[in-house]
Design a protein. Sequence first.
Length: 194
Amino acid sequence: MFSSLAVYCGANRGFYPEYTDASIETGQFFANNNIHLVYGGGSIGLMGKLADACLEANGKVTGICPQFLIEKEVGHNSVSELIVVQNMHERKDKMAQLSEGFIALPGGLGTLEELYEMLTWKQLMLHNKPIGLLNVRGFWDPMLQQLDRMVEEGFLHPQNRSLMVVSDSISDLISKMLEKRPQQGLDAWWVSPK
Ligand code: AMP
């Protein structure tokens, strides 16, 4: 099992209860499987639901948030550890350093940006950690179709299309990510941005 994973998700809850349910289920899954949750440190939206559910089930939660966002995203007061950083780049770097892999839940531009940075950096072999997409309610289907189109029209190598694994269930997603984990003897690596 993983000992720590970063989760990217919406600072909003979205309009459908399935998104909140999936965040709660993810938080509980982390706690029950002793996976240290690393996330953006907010108390609002799906981020807050995820962290609360993990903490309520006695899980370990580290929030990483730049000072300027602490007020805006209503910094979570009761996480196990809150790391305050200087800026967004430092946040993403720290989240990635502390995690053995990355999961995106439904979210908006911030979630997309974080997910795609991990994907593009994996494509560039700046890290070798597994990336998973939790496809709740088919939320990510249009994005996955766009990736298929990139392959069909010659902009994305099929090998890079499969850099992330996809599932609608958190336990299945993590099983698939475990299969993609760096092979035994090869440590996970992460190259910090210069
Ligand atoms: P969103 O998916 O837009 O609701 O945002 C989810 C999280 O991503 C929030 O914690 C945002 O602060 C964060 N975020 C937004 N833009 C960026 C960015 N450029 N780099 C890193 N995190 C971001």
